[in-house]
Design a protein around this ligand. Sequence first.
Ligand code: SF4
Ligand code: SF4
Length: 183
Amino acid sequence: MTTNHAITSRIQQATEVDVDLCYQCGKCTAGCVLADDMEFPSSYLIRLLQTNKEENYSKVLKSNTIWLCLNCENCIGRCPKEVDIPRLMDYLRTESIKRKCVSPKAKPILSFHKSFLNSIRYTGKLNEINLIAEFKLRTMRLWQDVKLVPSMLIKGKLKFLPETVKNRKNIIRIFNRTIKNTK
Ligand code: SF4
Ligand code: SF4
């Protein structure tokens, strides 16, 4: 049985974000460009967390809201209590993965994140061709946007040979440390 404030305390301990500061003025939601596409917008997500109920926490972790958030920081810029919603979203995404309850609607977004990070991990720089190839294989969207490829090649937007940073060991170290800390 969850004790009162167990969820909000856990969040605060991990992120230093105190969701209880929120008094539901709605300014964050009003300024969020993606609020209409989210299953529930940021102020509602915070209200669910404030209830400290496991079923509401689970609802948050299973939602597409945490994956649609762009970490643009419009919300924290408008919040009179400076509730750091982007940092909160980062934490909730990690929790959602750990509990294996990522929203099916968010799977392509997660595939994009993984493809992006893998491209950086192996060379230290983003290679668009690697990113696109891995994303398409992960999502099986093999032919989507394929018509754009010739013009992107002509404009030099796609490079076949990946560039590599000088000290790749540092990149590997950063990835290993981050993976260890999020386990
Ligand atoms: S950081 Fe996320 S929740 Fe906040 S305004 Fe941007 S997209 Fe919306
Ligand atoms: S702007 Fe801040 S105080 Fe207002 S609803 Fe959003 S998080 Fe809560």
